[in-house]
Design a protein around this ligand. Structure first.
Ligand code: NAD
Length: 522
């Protein structure tokens, strides 16, 4: 039965993300058949991709990829080790010079063909993502649209990567300032957005003229492998994009980062692993881009449009089951409107359908694994022990999948772990404040600084608060702001560098200054 989209705010959000691009195949709303799933899994590569060839791991190792909705094994994927890593490094180093010299128009057109192929295969990519990661199909389609946009955006940026030309103030030199590809890169991605986190790195690196080794998360390698096959079909020369799934990430990142041919690491994942990689990067003074964890505040002022604020909170909290670095981790509401806001949010959250992401009408799929479910349950228990009241949900599902009910908590202590740590689950803790200063102090009381959200109909107040918030991203009266054309990234322990926008390509270039004798000096 078709469910009206307006009853499914999390899917409305995914639909909003799809608006920029029409997918070419009309999505079927029927639950995918076993036959279709088996055919897709059979068509998805499961090997390493090195120097333009699919190959098994040198040691013959492999690991299982599971469906988080059932706990069943979907398939097995080759697991790279140091030997494979060094073969990929050889290929990337060998291809670097010719890829850097390939005219930018040619690089741009390969990216554009990649974009077209991602659109043509949107349904396959979305289904793979739902199978290995769990999010509802409508949200997976939203991610295909969002992730694909990085290929289109950077195909356009590739030919516009200008340098500068000027005379020195003294008139003794002409300055030619160019931007060159930084060199071979290691790109490490997390499991929560299996396509977009890869395209957000691969597309600007390709546009800038870098070769690369992509290491997808072991929990969700299939989407990246399928995407790699599409990029190969789009015409990428061998060695430019090498892909190494592995269930032993440190055994490949260590040797790669110690190899002087590697020039950059771009990592998206937890702050703890990011810090470790930053320490390793000092040895060879590698360029680093770090997209790390978040603890986003969503602030609702008494002059907000409360329906808009509730819709924003639903999207910012529950998209991707709350497993997003941009998730609203803490909901801060002005006391005078707290009762009304909580009642409206509770009504929307208790109407959400939890289930397998393959089923039509489901809003909230499973969490990624049993460990994630246990961690979310511990955060809720800790909050309750410290006096929080459970308004909606509060418990994990029974059965084989890793489900956790959408949960709304009120009267949450600022000392509760759920307020101080990244939740990565469908749990919304509500805290209250009385003044603007208090809201800002509460919002900034975290070592993270990625996404923040403010709801107020007073635009001056919104912009004033924005100036005072120590966050790299601010959604003003909206709950989702990611876009390929916008610079995405954090401050404080949420990371270094930006992905997307004009800034995204700069992360993969280094500046060279050529001082030329002035034609007037003689
Ligand atoms: P994670 O840090 O456990 O893993 C991220 C990636 O690093 C995976 O590919 C993993 O295999 C790899 N990895 C783990 N240990 C490693 C090691 N010692 N050496 C090299 N690689 C290693 O994070 P996760 O659980 O996959 O992802 C969730 C985290 O990612 C959250 O903290 C979330 O906020 C963050 N995230 C940030 C952004 C952003 O743009 N800021 C986007 C998405 C996710």
């Amino acid at each position: 039965m078709d469910t009206p989209a307006s009853q499914h705010p999390v899917q409305d959000d995914a639909a909003a993300q799809t608006r920029t691009t029409q997918t070419r195949t009309t999505p079927s709303r029927a639950t995918p058949s076993r036959q279709r799933i088996d055919a897709l899994l059979a068509a998805t590569p499961t090997d390493l991709f090195i120097n333009g060839q699919w190959r098994q791991a040198a040691a013959g190792a492999s690991f299982a990829v599971e469906d988080p909705a059932t706990g069943e094994t979907l398939t097995r994927v080759a697991s790279a080790d140091e030997t494979d890593a060094l073969s990929a490094m050889d290929a990337a180093a060998e291809a670097q010079d010719s890829w850097a010299r390939t005219p930018s128009r040619v690089r741009a057109e390969i990216l554009r063909r990649g974009f077209d192929l991602v659109q043509d295969h949107a349904e396959e990519l979305a289904l793979l993502m739902t199978l290995e990661m769990g999010k509802p199909l409508a949200q997976s389609r939203g991610e295909v649209s969002y992730g694909g946009e990085f290929l289109r955006w950077f195909s356009e940026e590739a030919v516009r990567d200008h340098g500068r030309y000027a005379d020195t103030p003294e008139g003794n030199l002409r300055m030619l300032i160019t931007r060159k590809p930084v060199g071979p890169c290691l790109l490490i991605t997390p499991w929560n957005f299996p396509l977009a986190m890869a395209t957000r790195k691969v597309a600007p690196a390709l546009a800038a003229g870098c070769t690369m080794i992509l290491k997808p998360a072991a929990l969700t390698p299939l989407t990246s492998l399928y995407f790699t096959a599409l990029m190969s079909e789009a015409g990428l020369p061998g060695g430019v994009l090498n892909v190494l799934p592995t269930d032993s990430p440190a055994s490949i990142s260590g040797p790669l980062m110690a190899d002087p041919r590697l020039r950059k690491i771009s990592f998206t994942g937890s702050t703890a692993v990011g810090k470790q990689l930053m320490k390793q990067a000092t040895e060879n003074v590698l360029r680093t881009s770090m997209e790390l964890g978040g603890n986003g505040p969503l602030i609702v002022f008494e002059d907000a449009d409360l329906d808009k604020a509730v819709a924003g909170a639903m999207a910012a909290k529950l998209r991707n089951m709350g497993e997003a670095c941009t998730a609203a981790n803490r909901v801060l509401v002005q006391e005078s409107v707290a009762e009304e806001f909580i009642a409206k949010l509770a009504q929307r959250m208790s109407a959400l359908q939890v289930g397998s992401g393959l089923e039509d009408g489901v809003d909230v799929g499973p969490l990624i694994d049993a460990k994630a479910c246990t961690s979310v349950a511990e955060l809720v228990d800790d909050a309750v022990r410290r006096g929080a009241e459970v308004v909606v949900g509060g418990q994990r599902g029974d059965g084989p999948g890793h489900f956790f009910a959408p949960t709304l908590l009120r009267n949450v202590s600022p000392e509760a772990r759920v307020v101080r740590e990244e939740i990565f689950g469908p749990v919304a803790p509500v805290l209250t404040f009385s003044t603007e200063d208090e809201a800002v102090a509460m919002a900034n009381a975290t070592e993270y600084g990625l996404a923040s959200y403010v709801f107020t109909e007073n635009i001056s107040r919104g912009l004033r608060i924005g100036d005072r918030l120590d966050f790299g991203l601010l959604g003003l009266n909206v709950g989702v702001i990611s876009n390929a054309a916008a610079p995405f990234g954090g401050v404080k322990q949420s990371g270094l560098g930006r992905e997307g926008g004009a800034e995204g390509i700069a992360e993969y270039t280094s500046t060279q200054y050529v001082g030329i004798e002035s034609p007037w000096s003689g």
